[in-house]
Design a protein around this ligand. Structure first.
Ligand code: ARG
Ligand code: MN
Ligand code: MN
Ligand code: MN
Length: 302
């Protein structure tokens, strides 16, 4: 399908400044040209506008909640508009709080179209914190909980009544940093997590086969790609690096196996922070992996 790039230049949910420069870093790394070279009809809709980052400490367990809500309202509308035009929205983040708005829109669209939604959450973190247990107050550590209905009304009801998704629709891959209370919540809600230990033990191919099980012609696959999923050795340009991440070949396999399904209907690329990088190498790596997501293959037998 045709693709619409949606720039979401904000670091409102993060604990470091700089993810707001992510959209341009991805453009400079050639994301539009790379997709066009794949034969994709790609339209860059530009950057969304939203409130500036006031850089205040958390209040009641949330940092910048009001601004997070405003950004996500705007993104939800923009995402819905592209889906209704029959275009695949690709979010150029921006910090991971933006997945609240993008996925709320995707979930609403799937309900109306009678499609099943599966969310692949590629991340070092589970992002399942609440205001009671968050160690930071940063809302980029909370989007999965909010989407599952656990969080402030303004975020859990962004897409209308009821939660956008249930934990059963989510598969998390690459996880290796979960806060103690967050771990309890994740277990309580039965989230399907393929953590690094499991990836090491069974291998990425088996992990992806399991994570994609049941994805069929009626499934809309939403990929939420937090760049800190990758090992910091190859992707230093993120605010919350965690050692022991996914290596280059594993990441390529993940993207290729997603592409093979032919079911990806929307994509977030988040947490890229070019301030923490030099030569824009992390953005270039992200674009390289996105090419694979869109079917670029090194195989001789394709
Ligand atoms: N668990 C930590 C927190 O809640 C880190 C979250 C990092 N999230 C992210 N999207 N990078 O503060
Ligand atoms: Mn993360
Ligand atoms: Mn994340
Ligand atoms: Mn490439």
């Amino acid at each position: 399908p045709p693709v619409s790039l949606i720039g979401v230049p904000t670091d409102i949910g993060a604990g470091h400044r700089g993810a707001s420069l992510g959209p341009d870093a991805l453009r400079i790394a050639g994301i539009g040209q790379a997709l066009a070279a794949r034969g994709v009809d790609v339209l860059d809709t530009g950057n969304l506008a939203g409130p500036p980052n006031p850089w205040q400490p958390p209040v009641g367990g949330y940092r910048h909640l009001e601004q997070v809500v405003e950004w996500n309202r705007a993104l939800m509308q923009a995402t819905l508009a592209e889906l209704r035009r029959g275009r695949m929205p690709v979010m150029l983040g921006g910090d991971h709080c933006l997945a609240i708005g993008s996925i709320a829109a995707v979930a609403q669209h799937c309900r109306q179209a009678g499609k099943k939604l599966r969310v692949l959450w590629l991340d070092a973190h589970a992002d399942f914190n609440t205001s009671e247990v968050t160690p930071s107050g940063n809302v980029h550590g909370m989007p999965v909980a909010c989407l599952c209905g656990i969080g402030p009304d303004a975020l859990t009801r962004l897409g209308g009544e009821g939660p956008a998704i249930t934990p059963a629709q989510v598969r998390q891959i690459g996880i290796r940093s979960v806060d103690p209370e967050e771990k309890r919540l994740v277990k309580q809600h039965g989230l399907d997590i393929y953590d690094m230990r499991y990836i090491d033990e069974v291998g990425m191919k088996a992990v992806m086969q399991q994570a994609l099980e049941g994805v069929d012609a009626d499934t809309h696959l939403h990929v939420s790609f937090d760049v800190d999923f990758l090992d910091p050795g190859i992707a230093p340009g993120v605010g919350t690096t965690v050692p022991g991440g996914v290596n280059y070949r594993e990441a390529q396999l993940v993207m290729e196996m997603i592409a093979d399904t032919g079911r990806m209907g929307s994509l977030d690329i988040v947490e890229l922070n070019p301030v923490l990088d030099n030569r824009n190498a992390t953005a270039e790596l992200a674009v390289d992996l996105v090419e694979s997501l869109f079917g670029k293959s090194t195989l001789m037998r394709d």
